[in-house]
Ligand binder design. Structure first.
Ligand SMILES: Cc1cc2nc3c(=O)[nH]c(=O)nc-3n(C[C@H](O)[C@H](O)[C@H](O)COP(=O)(O)O)c2cc1C
Length: 415
């Protein structure tokens, strides 16, 4: 008999590795959508414990969540042998996501009622809580529901706005569960209680550029955009108003971030220059081409003409150009090098008049293009030099923003 290969999934450093979440599911017709949310959180490395209300069990069977989450589903408050589930779950949860949150559940939470496991553990927990309402338009508009949402928000609870569209009743209106990406983005933001970039306009560049040689071919580099994406997400989560100017990467746009796709270094230059005056902080994580073909052939360069010599000209120096014309902005550059890292990074820092440079040796294992992790050194103008260990790109993004934060509070004019 032929042996079947057993593939074990390669270790994936998900953004939620090491995190434990409670996913509360209540009695809404949208309860089936929580299955997909559970799968997404689990795929990002989280431990997910699903807590269902009695009404939720009428819509989706607990077995589905048990299989998807890999954990038993808690449904009751008075379960022999598991009487302390509400306190235990409240203790281990890094965050609670209630999606969908019924009108009934919003009412109970607004008034501190605790008659089942979910409502009791929400009272006991101290971690971030995100409620994602879903209900019929008439219910959503009812003054009692509006008032409950107001009470919860005034208490600092994140209650998402519901979506407008076709409802289960067949009517069009407000009350739909927001789409999955919007919920996950809001959850990511709810997990960052630190909103130290609130009101700051942050311009981030990411990805490679492509420089055309003829209508078919281009020269580019190995950048995947993952580092810039992580910076944009983390800056958004910390309250920033983020614009992401990105070369071609194949990554999906970041939810709640203004997305400006570009292709060439010239387009990137134009896009950044146009928005720079309105920005407080510029973080150039893009791997902009240093050279481009001096001439673009109008038609395909045919094979069979012997050697082909490519004449390259330097592209505009975006960072140097913008750093020169800035009016109070913090400017952060990246130096992706293959050797002599710190000396080259320091030359770039001073030569281009940057505030901070993020230096990484792309030949190091786990660092550079396409990886989920990075190992960088942060150098600033005051001579500071901080080598960080191998971290997830999200954690690196947090450390870069921490350094930017220190620069904005350490004597530099606040943008
Ligand atoms: C078919 C059906 C669909 C329902 N959909 C919703 C809904 O989308 N949102 C909502 O707030 N209530 C909805 N309800 C009503 C709730 O299930 C009901 O208020 C229940 O008591 C909620 O309990 P829970 O908050 O403990 O889960 C629906 C009821 C039925 C029968």
């Amino acid at each position: 008999m032929k042996k079947t290969d057993v593939h074990t999934p390669s270790a994936h450093v998900g953004r939620y590795a090491g995190k434990t979440f409670v996913l509360g599911v209540t009695g809404s017709i949208a309860a089936y959508k929580a299955v997909s949310l559970c799968r997404r959180l689990k795929a990002e490395g989280a431990q997910v414990h699903v807590v269902m209300t009695r009404a939720a069990e009428r819509f989706v069977g607990p077995l589905t969540f048990e299989v998807i989450s890999g954990n038993s589903v808690a449904t009751g408050l008075f379960v022999s042998g598991n009487e302390m589930a509400h306190l235990n779950l409240a203790e281990i949860a890094d965050a609670i996501l209630v999606a969908p949150a019924s009108a009934h559940c919003l009412g109970k939470m607004a008034h501190g009622l605790a008659d089942d496991l979910l409502s009791t553990l929400v009272l006991a927990a101290e971690c971030p809580l995100l409620l994602v309402p879903a209900m019929d338009g008439g219910m959503w508009d009812h003054p009692a529901v509006r008032e409950n949402v107001r009470i919860l928000r005034a208490r600092g609870v994140c209650v998402m706005e519901s979506d407008t569209g076709p409802l289960a009743s067949g009517r069009i209106g407000k009350g739909r569960l927001p789409d999955e990406e919007t919920i996950l983005a809001a959850f990511s933001s709810a997990l960052s209680p630190q909103k130290d970039f609130q009101g700051r306009r942050i311009l981030v560049t990411a990805g490679p550029t492509q420089e055309s040689l003829d209508p078919i071919r281009y020269i580019s580099n190995r950048s995947t955009g993952k580092m810039g994406w992580a910076i944009a997400e983390v800056a958004r989560d910390r309250g920033g108003d983020v614009v992401l100017i990105a070369g071609p990467t194949g990554l999906a746009p970041v939810t709640n971030v203004t997305w400006v796709p570009v292709v060439t270094s010239e387009e990137m230059h134009k896009a950044v220059t146009t928005r720079f005056a309105d920005a407080d902080i510029l973080i150039m994580a893009a791997a902009v081409a240093d050279f481009r073909p001096a001439r673009k052939a109008p038609g395909k360069v045919a094979k069979g003409q012997g050697r082909f010599v490519l004449d390259l000209e330097p592209t505009p120096d975006i960072l140097g150009d913008l750093a020169e014309r800035r009016s109070g902005q913090i400017v952060v550059g990246f130096a992706a090098e293959t050797g002599d890292l710190l000396a080259r990074a320091r030359r770039k820092l001073t030569g281009k008049n940057l505030d901070l440079i993020v230096a990484n040796d792309v030949t190091e294992p786990g660092a550079g293009f396409g990886t989920e992790t990075n190992r960088v050194t942060l150098l600033d103008r005051a001579g500071g030099c901080k080598a960080l260990p191998l971290l997830s790109k999200r954690d690196v993004a947090h450390r870069i923003l921490d350094a930017v934060r220190r620069l904005t509070t350490a004597g530099r004019p606040r943008p």
